[in-house]
Design a protein around this ligand. Sequence first.
Ligand SMILES: CC(C)(COP(=O)(O)OP(=O)(O)OC[C@H]1O[C@@H](n2cnc3c(N)ncnc32)[C@H](O)[C@@H]1OP(=O)(O)O)[C@@H](O)C(=O)NCCC(=O)NCCS
Length: 242
Amino acid sequence: MTTQTYKTVPGHEVTDTMLEEAAKLFSENYGIWGEHSGKAGERVQLSARRLRQQYLPSATDTVVSYYVIVTVDGYLAGNAFACRWKYDGMTVCWVTQLVVHKDYRENGLATGLLTSLRKTTDDIYGIMSSNPAACLAAAKSFGTTIEKISLDFIRKKAYGIMKSSPIPYIRDATLQGTIFQPEDTSGLVSGVNTSFFVDHEEPQKVLQAVRENWQWPLGDLPDGHEYLLVMQAKHRRPSTYI
Ligand SMILES: CC(C)(COP(=O)(O)OP(=O)(O)OC[C@H]1O[C@@H](n2cnc3c(N)ncnc32)[C@H](O)[C@@H]1OP(=O)(O)O)[C@@H](O)C(=O)NCCC(=O)NCCS
């Protein structure tokens, strides 16, 4: 029998040692660079310093970041970074990073990590990811299913929500797909152009498998792009705290 333990740490309590472990997990398990990246075939790497700079913005009255880990029998098996900020009187909770160790995938750990992030005061959840499994995990954790995602909500609200983000790569992402530009012929329905040229072979295999079970609503993914999922929280109530 294995023991799974989830732990959430507020950004200001995240130590350099935690980030070194997070950087190792990411660099060994996230994925490899794709054809147009200039580093094709090499592992995508992240340092502890970049994790802090890019994913743990300093807390303010309206911004708080979080680091969530799952250990299996004491071993770091997966983690997620998230940031909450205010937009138009609402609390946005955005998953900024998510990775599960290769040996522990398809056991519900990503879903468990995102479920641990959920708060009753959240109004909106968001994630950008090239991996359909991350989108499935987010939809389920935040109270819906991928087939019930409102593309209309994403079309109307994503721009304002993302422009208000304290995280530069979210703020600077260019919205792409037929919900934003009906004339788009790339096959993408809801996504962002982040010029993140990670290899899509693995996400492509996941997509094929996912399409056997689900009506996948976000379309096909061109190189350098990620899927975009923005959804309303299920149990909404007026919130003053983040
Ligand atoms: C994406 C990732 C985090 C998913 O982690 P995981 O722990 O395997 O995810 P879960 O077990 O919670 O699965 C979530 C859903 O995706 C499905 N899924 C996961 N892997 C799948 C696969 N290879 N093929 C088909 N479906 C898959 C699961 O069945 C589950 O759906 P369900 O709830 O309908 O059963 C993991 O694959 C990973 O770290 N990939 C590399 C990094 C990455 O792409 N991160 C996302 C960037 S934000």
